[in-house]
Ligand binder design. Structure first.
Ligand SMILES: NC(=O)c1ccc[n+]([C@@H]2O[C@H](COP(=O)([O-])OP(=O)(O)OC[C@H]3O[C@@H](n4cnc5c(N)ncnc54)[C@H](O)[C@@H]3O)[C@@H](O)[C@H]2O)c1
Length: 379
């Protein structure tokens, strides 16, 4: 088996997940990480041999095969461009960039270089999500009539909740949709094989101002913050997005995204209504797939590679009854990406490419415009 050296840029929440899940592949050594503050301590804690504050220095020194970009969205473009120029394969977190123009340029550069380019739309690799795709491909859903669902979180519920994601200069013009709605719509297009052709969006900002901490506070709450600890900061990006979709076969879709929905920590629900059956998948019960029928009993298909489609079994790590979830989706996604690095890029990869990332950026751009202008827009 070919062995690879990877560098991870950004070692906050998701960078640490990349490091953990890369190690499960067995043939990828995480050689170094980059972090703006405290890189050595983080590298020590995660047993990564080398630590840097500047990604260029890591790329220039470490003889890497690939980099994983796990930093705030506004930095993805320059980092991916630098890595591609240096001949490295790139796995970039979503959303791909902050603007469509940047995503276009990166996509062009990746093609020109012939390097593997991936966007981490990891949710494609929940076994029961992949199973929906296999069912759709085999015609088991019939013609798709409708798709609906939601992506809900509560980590920005209070006006004392703050993150770089609230700042458009770091995160982009859209927040809730670009951050989590992008996963939902990527998943829908992946499983149905249908592209979105039109959108109508409605955005809302419920906390018009938030209390931005002036010093690092690990767990900050209204109780912990005194007036001298924060600055009241206006919020420009949406807490909530509702989007109606048209899909290329004439199907209709609708999705609600909120980062201020109490009690839902990170829940994605997708329901698809086809002419032969309907399916429902909920990330909070991710090892089950509900199948609804008109003329016979509904079923619940549970994750068990011995009864799933062969391709789904191929991305399933454990036998039935052994729960798989969020971290496993990263492992399965990275396995497909490193197989492409080892053996060549397939014609139509399962992992999301820069092309998919670009399409998602265009979709996102239209959604922001639609919300602003309150009208349907075609893609
Ligand atoms: N696929 C998923 O499920 C998923 C989940 C969470 C986040 N993300 C994406 O991952 C990215 C990071 O999000 P996060 O939640 O881990 O953020 P975070 O704030 O927890 O971590 C960001 C990290 O980037 C580092 N960093 C910032 N600027 C840097 C720079 N110029 N050079 C080097 N390091 C720098 C910070 O030191 C920190 O370690 C975002 O693009 C986000 O959308 C994806």
């Amino acid at each position: 088996m070919k062995r690879f050296r990877a560098g991870v840029i950004g070692a906050g929440f998701i960078g640490a997940v990349h490091i953990e899940q890369l190690r499960r592949l067995g043939n990828v050594e995480v050689a170094a990480l980059v972090k703006t503050t405290g890189p050595r301590e983080k590298a020590e804690a995660l047993c990564v041999p080398a630590a840097y504050t500047d990604y260029r220095e890591m790329i220039d020194r470490e003889e890497l095969d690939a980099v994983h970009i796990c930093t705030p969205n506004s930095t993805h473009f320059e980092m991916a461009m630098y890595a591609l120029e240096k001949g490295l394969h790139v796995i970039c977190e979503k959303p791909m960039t902050c603007t469509v123009a940047e995503a276009e340029e990166l996509n062009r550069k990746a093609r020109e270089k012939g390097l593997v380019n991936a966007i981490n739309f990891n949710c494609r690799f929940y076994p029961m999500v992949y199973q929906i795709r296999e069912m759709a491909k085999a015609g088991e859903l019939g013609d798709i009539f409708t798709v609906h669902g939601s992506y809900l979180q509560d980590w920005l519920y209070l006006d004392t909740d703050y993150s770089w994601r609230l700042e458009p200069e770091l995160s982009g013009e859209s927040r809730a949709f670009a951050d989590i709605g992008s996963h939902w719509i990527d998943l829908v297009q992946f499983v149905t094989g249908l592209r979105v052709t039109g959108v109508l969006a409605d955005f809302a900002v419920f906390h018009k101002n938030r209390k931005k901490p002036l010093k690092p506070i690990d767990t900050y709450s209204g109780m912990a913050l005194r007036p001298e600890d924060y600055r009241l900061t206006p919020v420009k990006t949406e807490d909530y997005a509702a989007v109606l979709f048209r899909l290329e076969n004439g199907a209709r879709g609708c999705c609600t995204v909120s980062q201020v929905f109490a009690g839902r920590k990170n829940q994605m629900v997708v329901e698809i209504g086809g002419s032969r059956c309907a399916v429902r998948w909920d990330s909070e019960n991710s090892n089950a797939l509900w199948i609804g029928r008109r003329g016979s009993a509904n079923n619940e298909l549970v994750k068990d590679p011995s009864i799933l489609c062969a391709a789904t079994a191929g991305i399933t790590g454990y036998p039935g009854g052994h729960v798989e979830g969020f971290p496993d989706t990263f492992k399965q996604n990275f396995k497909k990406v490193y197989d492409a690095i080892a053996g060549g890029i397939p014609d139509s990869p399962d992992y999301a490419t820069f092309e998919d990332g670009l399409r998602e950026m265009i979709l996102n751009d239209r959604i922001v415009q639609s919300a602003r202008e309150q009208r349907w827009l075609d893609l």
